[in-house]
Design a protein around this ligand. Structure first.
Ligand SMILES: C[S@@+](CC[C@H](N)C(=O)[O-])C[C@H]1O[C@@H](n2cnc3c(N)ncnc32)[C@H](O)[C@@H]1O
Length: 252
């Protein structure tokens, strides 16, 4: 299964992903949430990169995540009366005594679920928690074969500031494990604090998927109706697609 986000990765998550990710997917998810009349669940809610926006626009949204450090950052942003909406639970065995009209697991959450049995448990547990007609949306990236083979070597993917005058940098290296369909990621954070350059390292695996494996997986689950989009503008899969965005539907 996955790993706890180290404390400084949770601390700097919003600073980095505001730049690296917000422009890509948050409008898509916020739009899906806006179109939903009933309850919404975000699985792998993390620091609530767009959870707070959804809540502020009136969504009846809940969030779960397995990482206490990430959830800790999110709780710090919410009024105490909204804390009931957040809990530490895993996609494979979370439990609510009500159902949702929309469940989303944005930004690679399913790629943290490594084993086939856990992936099926996750899909079926989500299905169980959907109201009739409800939808489940999750994404995985389409493996870039060239990058998969060569990996990344000390590639700086964020170089900015977390506060005025205080530098923050993230360096990433990756190593493929083809037989287990894993990308082993090594992140290093470096930041200015107390007149020193601090650092923290984090290594974890991500499971990558190809199209027909994803289709077979979904078809083995209780989801019988689904589609896969190729980007956050709603386009079908094509040779330029970089994302698999799965939308599973629980039939009425
Ligand atoms: C890349 S972050 C995405 C966070 C947020 N959804 C966003 O879009 O910014 C992936 C999140 O999935 C969480 N996660 C990983 N495995 C999980 C699991 N089995 N159940 C629930 N959350 C999980 C991680 O702790 C992390 O917060």
């Amino acid at each position: 299964m996955s790993h706890e986000y180290p404390i400084n990765f949770a601390r700097f998550y919003d600073t980095m992903y505001h730049q690296l990710r917000d422009g890509v997917d948050n409008n898509f998810h916020l739009n899906e949430i806006k179109q939903t009349k009933g309850k919404v669940l975000e699985i792998g809610v993390g620091t609530g990169r767009f959870f707070t926006d959804a809540l502020n626009t009136g969504a009846d949204i809940y969030g779960i995540d397995i990482s206490e450090t990430m959830v800790g950052v999110l709780l710090g942003k919410l009024d105490e009366k909204e804390h009931r909406r957040i809990s530490v639970q895993s996609i494979t065995d979370f439990n609510f005594d009500f159902q949702f009209d929309l469940i989303i697991a944005p930004f690679r959450v399913m790629m943290h679920v490594l084993e086939k049995s856990e992936q099926l448990e996750a899909l079926n547990n989500v299905y169980k928690h959907l109201a009739p007609g409800g939808r489940f949306i999750f994404d995985t990236f389409i493996p870039d074969l060239k990058q998969l083979l060569t990996g990344l070597h000390n590639h700086t993917d964020f170089d900015g500031e977390y506060e005025p005058g205080k530098k923050l940098k993230r360096i990433v290296s990756t190593r493929p494990d083809l037989i287990n369909q894993l990308i082993n990621i090594h992140f290093r954070l470096e930041w200015d604090e107390n007149n020193r350059v601090m650092h923290e390292d984090w290594k974890f695996p991500l499971r990558f998927f190809f199209r027909y494996e994803l289709e077979h997986l979904i078809e083995r689950s209780r989801f019988k109706h689904y589609k896969i989009l190729g980007d956050y503008r709603g386009n079908e899969l094509n040779e330029k697609s970089k994302e698999f965005i799965v939308i599973g539907i629980k039939q009425e």
